[in-house]
Design a binder for this molecule. Structure first.
Ligand SMILES: [Zn+2]
Length: 647
């Protein structure tokens, strides 16, 4: 007699459901979310996220739609509702070669470990078909799962080998705006992945999703705009008018003292102007319907949907939460862009107008850092640019929320191959002290030196000064790179070189140059900076060019000298390399001042309110941990006593 487990497994396999079952019905009947899913654990219910039902059902095997594009905000249940349920129904109902592509391989690992594998374990009809992963089992690893009549590959868009070898029937591409532009020299990873499906031309299903980025450059926006552009409309509980939930129609009150009251937020009906409370979502969302807003005549094979975080069901992401996020984010264009991209699911339109040097020059303020630092400065960095006849150095002070003050432009005359030139720089970096109004003396904590020219001389200088946080950096152009791309150790020179995504750093600086009011992100300059410096800061502009039809945005010089901008970039990079948040230093300094009975508000003007917003756009985590070369020391709270080089 066959063992009981065998009989049960065979029986379960024999009971494959009607393959024409819509995906939402399959998910409601079979998908089980693991306890890790928190309040959503247990049986999946499409009714919780009614706007996903149509998107899910377009992925059903009998539906003629071939490509589904979803431009979305975060926290709307997309990963489970669309991607994981799609995978589950494939394994159970319509097994075939399947691939999910994430921006990077580690994100594919994460999706598998944290979301997919727990669901496969918990959902009986899937657990029957996939054995738990074993370390030496090539048929079932974290990123590859074989099941009867098919397999699932979880790939990274940065891995050309994953995208090249398989013929795929079902394909899901997630967060496509974060894909690299080019995959190992073989072209766009989106196009590479799509090519894999060509053998299944009449039966393939492709779902492309993501939060958008910059208008005109966003991959998901480009695909959404060439689709029928469906939007989800819900009926007003008072007049019944169907309408989109848009940010512009959310209104909230202000207190008598001018403070915003996010908890009073309501949606103003476009028709009867009634104010709709968020709890009506319980009935609004299930009553909603997808409305086509553009006709593209692609015979319905491509369908595009837009859905923002404002539709998130009760308990996911609330309107008051969105208002609070917005109030924090609007302090800085960099954080505002993130809010618009990730919460509203919309692209950010770059202000094409260049910053004019005259406008910046008109902003200079009266202070002399060598006499007395501006009170907000809590941390000091320096950046050095190497020229044929001189070293140019800018020293900048940093305070809460990345507000920054130019402290000094220093030029060290002499050739870079003359040791005396470097000795002068060294003396300056080691011994300059800037007096702070609190009585502290602050010195330069981190220095970056551009190794683009005279690289070996820069390496020679930086090598023995690692412990003093003097780093050789090299700028790498190209949109979408992280601020710090990598840290490489040169074998011949025995020195670490940081490769910087300078276009990303320039985007941040460019956005902050537009700020008109001192506060988070604002750049200050003293009145001894000259007009030539400001011309150099404004010496580049962003241009978009097209390569094989794909928009590529790059920074271009508009005049030969741009050292002013480079020095701003390398000063900002100094913070990124060490992973230092100047707000923490401002707080540490404020604590010290308070201990002495002083007024900490001189350092933290707004109680550090911008901190949350800035944390939300924290730079992408570095690919490796950047510790000192020998052994990593534990992170310490910034201390102002015996303050010296950071460690
Ligand atoms: Zn109404």
């Amino acid at each position: 007699m066959a063992p009981k487990g065998f009989v049960m497994r065979a029986a379960a396999r024999g009971l494959r459901p009607d393959p024409r079952m819509p995906l939402s019905e399959w998910a409601d009947r079979y998908a089980i979310l693991p306890p890790e899913a928190g309040p959503e654990a247990g049986r999946w219910t499409t009714h919780r996220v009614p706007y996903l039902r149509e998107i899910m059902d377009r992925l059903s095997p009998h539906d003629p739609t071939e490509t589904i594009v979803v431009m979305k905000g975060s926290q709307i249940g997309y990963t489970q509702g669309v991607i994981l349920n799609f995978i589950g129904s494939i394994i159970h109902q319509t097994p075939a070669p399947t691939m999910v592509v994430m921006p990077k391989q580690d994100l594919a690992f994460q999706l598998s470990r944290e979301r997919l594998q727990p669901m496969l374990r918990k959902t009986p009809v899937l657990a029957e078909r996939i054995q738990p992963p074993r370390s030496r089992d090539a048929e079932n690893t974290i990123t590859f799962k074989r099941f009867p009549s098919g397999f699932l590959l979880l790939a990274g868009a940065n891995s050309p080998s994953d995208l090249s070898f398989h013929s795929i029937k079902f394909l899901a591409l997630d967060e496509v705006d974060r894909f690299p532009r080019d995959c190992g020299g073989e072209g766009s990873p989106v196009e590479l992945a799509l090519t894999r499906t060509s053998a299944f031309e009449n039966s393939r299903k492709v779902v492309i999703g993501g939060t958008p980025t910059v208008a005109g450059l966003s991959e998901i926006e480009r695909r959404y705009l060439s689709s029928d552009q469906y939007k989800y409309h819900v009926p007003c509980p008072r007049c019944g008018a169907y309408q989109e939930i848009v940010w512009e129609n959310l209104v909230w009150e202000k207190a008598a003292d001018g403070n915003h009251l996010p908890d009073t937020v309501r949606l103003r009906c476009v028709s009867c102007k009634a104010l709709i409370e968020e709890h009506h979502k319980e009935t609004l969302l299930p009553a909603g319907e997808w409305v086509c807003t553009a006709r593209h005549g692609n015979d319905g094979r491509v369908r595009g949907y837009h859905i923002s975080s404002l539709y998130a069901p009760l308990g996911f992401y609330s309107w008051p939460h969105a208002v609070r996020d917005f109030l924090e984010a609007k302090k800085d264009p960099v954080t505002l862009k993130t809010f618009i991209n990730t919460k509203l699911g919309l692209t950010w339109t770059e202000d094409a107008e260049r910053t004019e040097p005259e406008h910046l020059a008109a902003r200079v303020e009266k202070y002399d850092a060598l006499q007395m630092l501006p009170a907000g400065v809590a941390l000091i960095t320096a950046a050095v640019d190497v020229q044929a006849d001189r070293l140019e150095c800018e020293v900048r002070g940093w305070g809460a929320d990345y507000e920054t003050w130019g402290l000094q432009l220093a030029v060290f005359g002499g050739r870079p191959d003359d040791a005396k030139t470097w000795a002068a720089l060294d003396h300056y970096l080691m011994h300059t002290r800037y007096p702070h109004p609190s009585g502290e003396q602050i010195r330069i904590s981190i220095t970056t030196i551009d190794s683009g020219n005279w690289a070996n001389l820069v390496y020679d200088y930086c090598r023995p000064r690692w412990s003093r946080n003097v780093f050789a950096v090299k700028g790498v152009g190209g949109a979408g790179r992280p601020a710090v791309i990598s840290r490489n150790k040169s074998k011949t020179n025995k020195v670490y070189i940081y490769r910087l995504g300078v276009d990303t750093l320039k985007d941040t600086i460019h956005a902050r140059l537009k700020l008109r009011e001192p506060g988070p992100g604002y750049l200050h300059w003293p009145d001894n900076y000259d007009m030539e410096y400001f011309r150099q800061v404004c010496a580049e502009e962003r241009r978009t060019r097209y390569s094989k039809g794909f928009p590529i945005s790059e920074w271009h010089k508009t005049r030969p000298r741009n050292e002013g901008l480079d020095l701003l970039v390398y000063n900002l990079a100094a913070l990124e390399i060490k992973g230092v948040d100047p707000t923490a230093y401002a707080k540490a300094l404020a604590r010290l001042i308070a201990e002495r009975g002083g007024d900490p508000a001189t350092v933290l003007p707004e109680k550090g309110e911008g901190e949350v917003a800035l944390a939300a756009v924290a730079p992408p985590p570095p690919e490796k941990k950047y510790g000192p070369p020998k052994k990593a020391k534990p992170k310490r709270k910034p201390q102002y006593r015996n303050r010296g080089w950071l460690d």
